[in-house]
Write a protein that binds this ligand. Sequence first.
Ligand code: 5RP
Length: 220
Amino acid sequence: MDLKRKAGEKVAEYVEDGMIVGLGTGSTAYWATMKLGELVANGMKIKGVPTSKSTEELARKLGIPILEMSEVTQIDIAIDGADEATADFSLIKGGGGALLREKMIASIAKQFIVVIDPSKFVKRLGQFPLPVEIVKFGWELTSSQVSSLGCKPVLRQEDQVPFITDNENYIVDCYFDSIMDPTSMRTALNSIPGVVENGLFVDMADVIIIGRENGPAEVL
Ligand code: 5RP
């Protein structure tokens, strides 16, 4: 079985009747949402808070009842993928461009479960370019201020036009050699005016599920 699928489907074991569930974005979280759709079809009563428009579309197709962010103050479980994760549960997220909503939803979850394939589990963060969501206004200046933190920011493009997030912002993907201190970097990035949010998720994940080649998914 696909290792992303193995990790994604494992979350079914954590979801209980009546829960409000944060629905993640990306190709691993996809499998979790698919599994939840199956549970709903079999009669489980859960409600989902999607982290992106694409996930909302998928959840609606699967018949998962949707709650708007404005309708919740707490979420029972948030489930999401990651671009990198370390043994101390620090993450880089935002490869799919949904980092702001993902972080908002994870931040109000009683339990945040991260689903990854083994390639995402790394010793130190920073090989994957760190996504940083910035406002369009004066983005060049914001990007140059971000670069002063020791990285090379590149405006994310799709088909040669800037990628626009669900919140109508840009993303710069920031190339570091490595990120030695994710906590300080997270704070430094968010203190630049024009930065909306960054993809460093520190002290947020409660469980990491890794899809393993031989045997069941590993739970950390
Ligand atoms: C989207 C994300 C994704 O969770 C992350 O990019 C991992 O995606 P995938 O499971 O497709 O590798 O943060 O913003």
